[in-house]
Ligand binder design. Structure first.
Ligand code: FAD
Length: 464
């Protein structure tokens, strides 16, 4: 179908948030109050931090402040790939922290297992399906790259299954596939908005005071108490945890460590049984193709296909703006790629199109830290892979607040910070040139130009 026609009736909003299950917002904060711990941000980072703070110490008085609605930002509009990796993929982790990679992988799998257990404990129904992820190659150089990846990780004893062209097409049938790698247990599919709302409900049950539509505008510290000021009130707290993602930070030092990158997604109508059978997909894995500019796609519980990625857009100036959540040029491109991948679905239409902002940092995997004499902590920079890893980041923040070293806080990955991005306007120039170079690499059998190789040597990069 012509992509323009296929998109004609697609709503301009995130499919997941467009649901009757969306709860009414909790009341704004009015007046002054106190708390042991204030968590700022009602995405996964903030929700996991508030929940696990109460689980660790039920007597703790915890307040969560969210500027808009719980889960409205990245957490409620992502692909719903809940991954074990804590390092934005194994290859990135192996390159940066080789001596820790065994431990990081083990901790990542434990984190994913614990997410599954938590969902059961609180009865959170977010269509969690531990199907794994299928990495597919659509160009010969990507087949080689997947093979090299397998060699690299063969000592780690991970559950990866290499698939030749016939085998990968027997899983998910696309004429574009040349081979694949099925990472069987390190990834689950879920409905991210229902996860956020379920975590909110669990927080409320444990006694967290949640205030939505309550942006924190300023922060003062008198040396023992940190006061967070909101439009109609304030909270004076002993400790503060920031889970504010890529939004204008309350802590100046975060300003140069994350940049907003927009990522775009389409959702199809539900597939009929016949159309689904034409693709196969009986094991319902999440799928990612293996270019530098990659697509990610998956089935929902009612057998729609979520189809996202490829363009990772940095808008010069680095602002977060509602109008950036829609980009027709990208939607048309994505729809075209969808039909190239699944020509048997040529009559399928799209019901939703949306974009969201990713907190990108130069090492791709999240970083953690403390300020105000250890009474304030933060975690950010998940670079498009935070659905699972934010829970680990929340645990790091709580460990840091406890003041006692733990296995997590002793990791080099946790102690080190990413290299900052240069200030604007140099930042825009550097990022746009890097994006161009990445697109060029995909068009030239993955060959990286001098600029990308120099960035690789410095351990720097740009990703979504
Ligand atoms: C389109 C898209 C697809 C993605 N796909 C995947 C995927 O498949 N798998 C994966 O692992 N990751 C994915 N991600 C990334 C993932 O969604 C994020 O890493 C994760 O949700 C980050 O959670 P967070 O809580 O840190 O940030 P956010 O969800 O951005 O939440 C931050 C919250 O803080 C609030 N806030 C900020 N400042 C203030 C303030 N001053 N006062 C009060 N509140 C404030 C904001 O309103 C917001 O609600 C995707 C992201 C996008 C955008």
């Amino acid at each position: 179908m012509d992509p323009l026609k296929a998109l004609a009736d697609a709503e301009r909003k995130p499919y997941w948030l467009d649901s009757p299950a969306r709860p009414e917002p909790q009341a704004r904060l009015f007046g002054h109050t106190t708390a042991d711990l204030v968590v700022v941000g009602g995405g996964f980072s903030g929700l996991w931090t508030a929940l696990m703070a109460k689980e660790r110490d039920p007597s703790l008085d915890v307040v969560l402040l969210e500027g808009r609605r719980i889960g409205w930002a990245a957490s409620g509009r992502n692909g719903g790939f809940c991954m074990a990796t804590l390092t934005h993929g194994l290859a990135n982790g192996l390159e940066r922290w080789p001596e820790e990679i065994d431990k990081l992988e083990r901790m990542g799998v434990a984190n994913l297992d614990e997410i599954e257990v938590t969902l059961r404990r609180y009865g959170i129904d977010c269509s969690f399906e531990r199907t794994g992820e299928l990495h597919v190659a659509t160009e010969p150089w990507q087949v080689d790259a997947l093979g090299e990846h397998l060699d690299l990780i063969s000592d780690l004893g991970l559950d990866y299954v290499p698939l030749d062209q016939g085998q990968v097409r027997a899983e998910v049938d696309s004429p574009t596939y040349l081979g694949g790698l099925w990472e069987r247990s390190g990834c689950a599919m879920l409905d991210p908005a229902r996860l956020a709302w379920g975590l909110r409900e669990a927080c409320l049950r444990l006694g967290v005071r949640v205030h939505e539509r309550t942006p924190v505008r300023a922060m003062d510290d008198d040396g023992t108490t940190i006061t967070l000021r909101t439009p109609h009130g304030a909270v004076a707290a002993r400790q503060v945890a920031l889970g504010t993602g890529v939004f204008p930070p309350l802590l100046r030092r975060l300003k140069h460590l994350v940049v907003p990158v927009y990522d775009y997604v389409l959702m199809t109508e539900p597939l009929t049984a016949g159309r689904l059978a034409s693709v196969g997909w009986r094991n319902r894995q999440g799928v990612g193709d293996s270019g530098n500019q990659f697509h990610y796609y998956r089935l929902t519980d009612d057998n729609r296909i979520l189809w996202g990625g490829y363009d990772a857009v940095y808008y010069n100036g680095g602002l977060v703006r509602p109008e950036y959540e829609q980009r027709d040029e990208t939607f048309v491109k994505l729809a075209g790629h969808f039909y190239d991948t699944f020509p048997q679905l040529a009559e399928v239409r799209f019901t939703h199109r949306w974009g969201g902002v990713i907190d990108t940092c130069s090492r791709f995997s999240a970083f953690y830290g403390q300020a105000h004499g250890g009474r304030l902590v933060y975690a950010a920079g998940y670079t498009g892979m935070g659905v699972g890893a934010t829970r680990f980041g929340a645990n790091v923040m709580l460990d840091l607040l406890s003041g006692k070293p733990t296995e997590r806080t002793e990791l080099r990955m946790v102690k080190e910070k990413p290299i900052p991005f240069p200030p604007e306007p140099v930042r825009s120039g550097v990022i746009q040139f890097t994006r161009w170079s990445i697109a060029q690499a995909d068009q030239h059998q993955g060959r990286r130009n001098l600029w990308l190789r120099a960035l690789d040597r410095m351990g720097l990069g740009f990703d979504s």
